[in-house]
Design a binder for this molecule. Structure first.
Ligand SMILES: [Zn+2]
Length: 97
C-alpha cells in the first residue's frame, strides 16, 4: 500500500477512537450530572431560597432562572439552571429523551 494512504487510514482510525472516548465521557457525565447538585440539594441547602415552583439565586437573590442545555447524551439532555441576573449555576437537572 502506498504510504500516504496508510497515514490517511491511521488518521481515520485515530479520529474514530477520539470520538468514541468523547462519547463515553459524555455518557459517564450524564449518569452523575445531577447526583450532587440537583433541585433537592438546592432546597436543602437554601431552604429559604426555594419553594413550590420558584427558586431564587443564592448569590444575588434574583428569581429569573433560565435553563441551559449543556450536554446531550444518547439518553438525556443535561440541563444547567443559571441565574439570568448574575450567571451563577444554581442547580442541575436531567431531561430524559
Ligand atoms: Zn444571581
Amino acid at each position: 500500500m502506498d504510504p500516504s494512504r496508510l497515514i490517511f487510514y491511521r488518521i481515520l482510525g485515530l479520529v474514530a477512537i477520539v470520538r468514541l472516548v468523547i462519547m463515553l465521557i459524555r455518557e459517564m457525565k450524564g449518569r452523575s450530572w445531577d447526583k450532587a447538585r440537583n433541585l433537592g440539594w438546592y432546597k436543602e441547602t437554601y431552604p429559604n431560597l426555594a419553594g413550590d415552583g420558584w427558586v431564587a439565586c443564592f448569590s444575588c437573590s434574583g428569581k429569573n432562572i433560565h435553563i441551559r442545555d449543556t450536554i446531550t447524551t444518547t439518553k438525556a439532555v443535561l440541563n444547567s439552571h443559571i441565574c439570568q441576573h448574575c450567571g451563577t449555576e444554581l442547580y442541575r437537572s436531567v431531561t430524559p429523551k
